[in-house]
Design a protein around this ligand. Sequence first.
Ligand SMILES: [Zn+2]
Ligand SMILES: [Zn+2]
Length: 329
Amino acid sequence: MSFRISPLWWPLLALASPVVAPWLLLRQRRFEQNCDRAAGLNRTRLDRAAPLDLPALDHVDLTVLVEWQAGEGFLGDAGVSYLLETDRGAMLYDVGFGATRPAFVHNAARLGFDPDQVQALTISHLHSDHMGGLAAQRARQVTLPPELMPSTRMPCFLPDRATAPGFAAEVVEGPRPLVAGIASTGPLARSLFLFGLTEEQALLARIEGKGLVVLTGCGHPTIEVVLQMVRCLSDEPLYAVGGGLHFPVTGGRGNRAGIQFQTLLGTGKPPWQRITDEELGRTIAVLNAAGPQRVYLSAHDTCDHALDRLLNELQAETQVLAAGATYRL
Ligand SMILES: [Zn+2]
Ligand SMILES: [Zn+2]
């Protein structure tokens, strides 16, 4: 297995250890407290969840604006932006790294995406690869490229407190319908070592004659918890699951200067731990037990090894989402 930090960095790490070690210990304490907090929050939310009145949609078309994998002529990036179109309207789910990297603008132009064609923007969670870049994350401010700003003030549904200039920002407090016949699971919490307590909302829709469609952003709350919530919101059969499952097991995206950032800082765990193959195996078992007919994987937060296992071991018809493609769910 390759080093997550190149040995070239080790002398510097040793020098910095008197500062880094106490910081890591402090973070570890905060991380453990947040694990309890997140579990408590999710338990309360699951207990309180009541069935949602989901309209029967004819279809949901998922067009991928930003993803790690990309079709010919499109740019891949380790972020997420999905356009969701139904027979009741349209919604944009996440905006990748926004204007800070070329993929969102380039792919949107190539697809002829017009921001005025959607009724709302929904942000899965407040991370740079979903809300418009690192500065956007630091400022807790959803940031779109100017050329992709809608001309009217539409809602921006947020999983947690943040601003969204140009939009009517609205924090989604719990499970509820949004627009286009698509609902939110409401925020679900996860303690992440580096990023602290993180709230993420998944999307839920019901297709006539097929069943439920569930879409995640990074999948931080874990797909297990998301599906537990979905089961509280509807007893329709599960038809499709899509989006990030967050499994950088043997590698990750965006490695730079000999440092594997995603496997080191992006696992949610302390940097000295890894996401294991056993954990991936448990998630595969949970997904197989939930029994969706189709799974659409995101490669932006899941390594090639994990994607291979998911493609081989999931009983559902499974594919990896690619920028530029449209999937009729
Ligand atoms: Zn992500
Ligand atoms: Zn994330």
